[in-house]
Design a protein around this ligand. Structure first.
Ligand SMILES: O=C(CO)COP(=O)(O)O
Length: 246
């Protein structure tokens, strides 16, 4: 039995793209009736991205509301531009900007308070997978998030992105991904009766070629797509696969 919730396909452009590419996406992506399609563009493009057949997300947010935080962008600013989703705790930010589990959890909590759908990322580096400690590592990341976001868990989206699969072309096998998704679901179950309503996306070298077999897994509710979200044709095919599953 598949979960009954809607599938989501979210594109993460990271620091890529330009206005011309955005305009191409806006005019080319059709409506997908059965799924939520989100494009997380660099923040400077959010306002321009709004108004097409997809929702718009940011790739990070500040945990502060305003003040002397040079370079930060607050949730209320992102909301003003029209963003409804926000990626939080992406491994690139955890690694390059030293974002701790607690800071990620605070951002997720603030995002929920501000009416956003936070897409909160978890996932292990290669050495953790090789040492057999995936559940322990992901479990700790998740615990911090669940602890802070208890009140509105049904609004949360979790993205499992094993770091060794990001941008490497080496995707987790459907079985490897399903195993961790089932673990995440079981942890969610301990925290909330709403566990079955929380979408768990898979991210890490998702392409138009491997999306269907990933989406066929019981606990995979969609994808967070990096490289393949930069080409409208591949992103569209991934959306079509998700749309068919629902
Ligand atoms: O980091 C990712 C999405 O957030 C995944 O990136 P790739 O799809 O390029 O591996």
């Amino acid at each position: 039995m598949q979960n009954s919730k809607r599938m989501m396909v979210a594109g993460n452009w990271k620091m890529n793209g330009n206005l011309e590419m955005l305009s191409h996406f806006k005019s080319s992506l059709p409506v997908f009736e059965n799924i939520d399609v989100v494009l997380c563009v660099p923040s400077v493009y959010i306002k321009e991205a709004v108004g097409a057949n997809f929702s718009v997300g940011a790739q990070d947010c500040s945990e502060h509301e305003s003040g002397a935080y040079t370079g930060d962008i607050s949730l209320s600013m992102l909301a003003e531009l029209g963003a409804e989703h926000v990626i939080i705790g992406h491994s690139e930010r955890r690694q390059a900007y030293s974002e701790t589990n607690e800071r990620v959890a605070i951002k997720a909590e603030k995002a929920l308070e501000n009416g956003f759908v936070p897409i909160v990322c978890v996932g292990e580096p290669l050495e953790v997978r090789e040492s057999g400690n995936v559940f322990e590592f992901v479990g700790e990341q998740l615990a911090a998030i669940l602890n802070r976001c208890k009140q509105q868990l049904d609004k949360l989206v979790i993205a499992y992105e094993p770091i060794w699969a990001i941008g490497t072309g080496k995707t987790a096998s459907p079985e490897q991904a399903q195993e961790v998704h089932a673990f995440i679901r079981s942890e969610l179950k301990k925290s909330s009766e709403l566990y079955s309503q929380i979408s768990i996306l898979y991210g890490g070298s998702v392409t138009d070629v491997n999306a269907a077999e990933l989406f066929a897994q019981h606990d995979i509710d969609g994808a967070l797509v990096g490289g393949a979200s930069l080409k409208v044709d591949s992103f569209k095919i991934i959306c079509e696969h998700a749309n068919k599953r629902n």
